[in-house]
Write a protein that binds this ligand. Structure first.
Ligand code: HEM
Length: 441
């Protein structure tokens, strides 16, 4: 993707609004850091792991979430963790931490496996054996999320609900020009207005589910399933509307990302038959029947490594954007107050000084024995520092389980005419999807 000729101002604006990962020239994959002036804002792009640590961990307080992201996402995610700041963020993170403990996440493994097994069965009976696997993975990860959040107790007309969801996610990925210009809030954002009815519907359904669960917990606590919703309703320090905002946030942040990672993994494995065989052999050895995931989850080393390597090449969240509150100096970088500071997994994960053959798909980098030599700050699919992804172990567990259950029975072969082209729309997604042939192994 790196271009070799300078883009010029118009080319830059056009490319940045259509597919931001195309703006990077080859220098961005070679230099420890770069400085630019974008729309008169000093912008610093940081690739050096030591500097990333200094910015996002050691002096994290000085680097706030970018106002644009907040303007775009806050009307939808309101007081959820992703868009909360200051004291609200601190209190929310503290209340949610006990929900995301390893023990709780492990307890969700059987539900993840069951939904993946059912999904694989559905894929086996595709009428012509072909499907857009990018879209299919969105369906699967949404299904896993609703099963682990609500234990399938999410009602409403399925079609209406699915449409409302789709609109909600589409709107999440769209930046209104009025938001870029920071126009006053009373000026109507057309996209937002068009999506309002669906979002209200979607929120209404979720509020209904919460209400039913709350009543059940009062009248018959033993009968309440031990899922995310029950855990959230028991969490201390969150109001009902904050719980609702966080459920919406988990849906917004937690299924499209994992879906993209799964889709790219299946695509990359389809292009690397030897790697795919290693994954299949390990799954065949460890999952001959369908024992409890606890017995095999931690032993699927090749499967996990393929998933991690796919997130290196195609990080679902390609960019961590911050604004410097006060001036700072890190190594030889002078960062003025108000500067935009970008740590881009898209660049860091493909950087020539950090990886051998950075553009090759080499899952063995992530096998035990090799993985330990990867610097914590050169591999950032889930970010790093206080705002690191709270759902990372959920997503890793889900990714490995879904791959194991899908690949146990099925083989996925890419049948697109050209290789898939990555486009950044919040997540990095393949333009036009991932057409694949799905066959019984
Ligand atoms: C934050 C990536 C799955 C919920 C983040 C951040 C990244 C990320 C990079 C940090 C953003 C920043 O620092 O600017 C991913 C990827 C996923 C994934 C690649 C899947 C492969 C999930 C899941 C959930 C989730 C499954 C919830 C169930 C969140 C939340 C935050 C977050 C709530 C905000 C944390 C905070 O600000 O304190 N995610 N995520 N994510 N993620 Fe994830």
């Amino acid at each position: 993707i790196p271009h070799t000729k300078p883009l010029g101002f118009a080319g830059f604006v056009w490319t940045a609004s259509r597919n931001p990962i195309e703006i990077w020239g080859s220098r961005a994959f070679k230099e420890p850091w770069l400085r630019a002036n974008w729309l008169s804002v000093p912008t610093i792009i940081v690739n050096d792991p030591k500097a990333i640590r200094a910015l996002l961990v050691d002096n994290a307080r000085n680097y706030a979430m970018q106002p644009l992201r907040q303007r775009v996402l806050r009307p939808m995610l309101r007081d959820g963790l992703l868009t909360a700041e200051g004291e609200l963020w601190k209190r929310t993170r503290k209340s949610l931490a006990p929900v995301f403990t390893p023990r709780n996440i492990h307890a969700l493994a059987p539900a993840m496996a069951e939904r993946s097994r059912l999904f694989a069965e559905g894929l086996e009976s595709l009428p012509d054996g072909r499907a857009d696997i990018a879209f299919q993975m969105t369906l699967l990860t949404y299904d896993i999320l609703q099963a682990t959040l609500f234990s399938n107790d999410i009602t409403g007309e399925p079609k209406e609900f699915a449409e409302a969801m789709e609109l909600f996610l589409k709107r999440m990925g769209r930046v209104d020009p009025l938001d870029i210009l920071d126009a006053p809030a009373f000026l109507p954002r057309i996209g937002r207005l068009l999506g309002q009815r669906s979002t209200n519907y979607f929120r209404g359904v979720i509020a209904g589910t919460m209400e039913r669960r709350r009543r059940l917990m009062e009248t018959d606590p033993q009968a309440a399933p031990n899922d995310f919703l029950t855990m959230l309703l028991k969490a201390e320090g969150l109001s009902a509307s904050e719980i609702e905002d966080n459920i919406i946030t988990f849906i917004g942040a937690g299924h499209e990302t994992t879906a993209r990672a799964l889709g790219w993994t299946l695509y990359l494995l389809s292009q690397a038959p030897e790697e795919r065989e290693k994954v299949e052999a390990e799954i065949d050895a460890l999952l001959p029947g369908l024992p409890d995931p606890a017995t095999w989850l931690d032993s699927l080393h090749h499967t996990r490594a393929a998933f991690e390597e796919a997130m290196r090449l195609y990080p679902p969240a390609p960019s961590l954007n911050r604004t410097a509150l006060e001036a700072d100096r890190v190594g030889d970088m002078d960062i003025p107050a108000g500067a935009s500071v970008l740590v881009m997994p898209w660049l860091v994960h493909r950087h020539e000084l950090l990886w051998e053959n950075p553009l090759d798909f080499v899952p063995s980098r992530f096998l035990p024995g090799n993985r330990e030599s990867i610097d914590r700050f050169q591999y950032l699919p889930f970010g790093v520092g206080p705002r690191v992804c709270i759902g990372s172990s959920f997503a890793m567990q889900e990714g490995v389980i879904a791959l194991a259950l899908l690949m146990r029975r099925l083989r996925f072969d890419y049948v697109g005419e050209k290789p898939p082209y990555p486009v950044q729309k919040i997540t990095v997604q393949p333009r036009g999807g991932l057409p694949m042939r799905v066959s019984r192994r």
